[in-house]
Ligand binder design. Structure first.
Ligand SMILES: *[C@@H]1O[C@H](CO)[C@@H](O)[C@H](O)[C@H]1NC(C)=O
Ligand SMILES: *[C@@H]1O[C@H](CO)[C@@H](O)[C@H](O)[C@H]1NC(C)=O
Ligand SMILES: *[C@@H]1O[C@H](CO)[C@@H](O)[C@H](O)[C@H]1NC(C)=O
Ligand SMILES: *[C@@H]1O[C@H](CO)[C@@H](O)[C@H](O)[C@H]1NC(C)=O
Ligand SMILES: *[C@@H]1O[C@H](CO)[C@@H](O)[C@H](O)[C@H]1NC(C)=O
Length: 291
């Protein structure tokens, strides 16, 4: 479909495709029919952040209001936060929607299934500690990952608030389940917070993009200059693929079984993850249509 809006954010939840433009206009299209009618359109006066959790969209507005757009596309206001959040620092993990206050003193956690809001007070010095402005936050199962404007990464244990882990500098990072991959100075660091493991992979060349796949088993790295895509197994750090892909932009996304790359001619390049160590790879490959 061809659209005449400049998209700054999109999310797909079957059967809908939600798009947001730079003026905070939110549009929803049907992802199933090709007619491309707008099923929903709402102009938000304030900047917003949109997330999808199960069958609903959750919208955080910079005036501290949180709304929900359900599967019937009915927009309802859920609650008003008791703090300012003009920076829209927020993240989702499973059924939890987490929002950090602008003064970094409080986290609000909305449990979407129980429809329950709780506030966690945080010692300000914990998260601030010389690193200045926070750029974004991410949630792992029981950790809050904080990424600062100066590209420093820190992890805070929500189950044991006195534990704060320093992950060091990161030019970029990727999070999935309880795993984190970060890139800095030609090396890739991997962290598994469930087993408290960490590993390092020395890269052959510069990393332009990195991405953990959906189940956190593999990490993918692209290098645009040499048109290379690398795939590593997180469990043992072994390289299991190195592919030459011409005309890639470097942007990469990976589900449990597939990797999607964008090419400079606006086409998508889809690859299947085939790990020789995993049983049934042959069978999986045989199910693919021939080219
Ligand atoms: C909480 O974290 C602190 C600091 O890392 C540690 O000393 C303490 O043993 C932890 N407590 C529990 C219950 O794990
Ligand atoms: C991290 O980055 C800062 C600059 O932002 C630099 O001064 C510092 O040396 C870096 N630390 C490491 C371990 O590379
Ligand atoms: C980058 O890595 C190299 C070799 O591993 C090391 O010598 C250098 O000090 C590192 N630079 C920074 C800024 O950490
Ligand atoms: C694709 O790459 C080739 C070789 O690097 C180049 O000649 C060509 O112009 C590229 N095509 C596009 C659409 O960028
Ligand atoms: C885009 O580029 C890729 C590889 O460079 C090529 O295989 C594909 O046919 C191109 N698609 C279009 C629509 O030009």
């Amino acid at each position: 479909m061809k659209l005449s809006i400049s998209i700054v954010y999109f999310v797909l939840i079957s059967p809908y495709l939600l798009l947001m433009d730079s003026k905070h206009d939110v549009y929803i299209y049907s992802a199933r029919d090709k007619k491309c009618d707008v099923l929903f359109h709402h102009v938000f006066i304030n900047p917003v952040r949109v997330y999808s959790i199960q069958n609903s969209f959750y919208i955080l507005q910079s005036n501290s209001k949180v709304s929900k757009l359900d599967a019937e596309l009915c927009l309802t206001d859920l609650f008003q936060l008791k703090f300012k959040c003009q920076q829209l620092l927020s993240a989702v993990q499973g059924e939890l929607f987490t929002i950090l206050s602008d003064d970094y003193s409080t986290i609000a956690v909305w449990h979407t299934k129980l429809a329950k809001l709780s506030y966690i007070s945080i010692a300000q010095n914990h998260i601030m500690e010389n690193n200045g402005q926070i750029k974004e936050i991410r949630c792992l199962q029981n950790f809050l990952l904080v990424y600062y404007q100066n590209k420093y990464l820190r992890l805070w244990n929500l189950d044991n608030k006195s534990e704060l882990l320093q992950l060091g500098n990161a030019s970029m990072y990727s999070v999935c389940q309880n795993r984190i991959g970060k890139y800095y100075n030609n090396s890739l660091m991997l962290f598994d917070m469930t087993h408290r493991l960490r590993g390092e992979i020395k890269l052959e060349c510069k990393c332009d993009h990195l991405c953990l796949n959906e189940d956190g088993r593999y990490i993918l790295v692209t290098n645009v200059e040499h048109c290379l895509l690398f795939m590593y197994r997180v469990d043992d750090g072994k390289q299991i693929a190195k592919l030459f892909v011409q005309n890639m932009t470097g942007t990469i996304k990976a589900s449990k079984d597939y990797v999607v790359l964008t090419l400079t001619n606006h086409t998508l390049y889809v690859l299947m993850i085939a790990d020789p160590k995993i049983n049934g790879v042959r069978e999986k490959i045989n199910t693919l249509p021939s080219r």
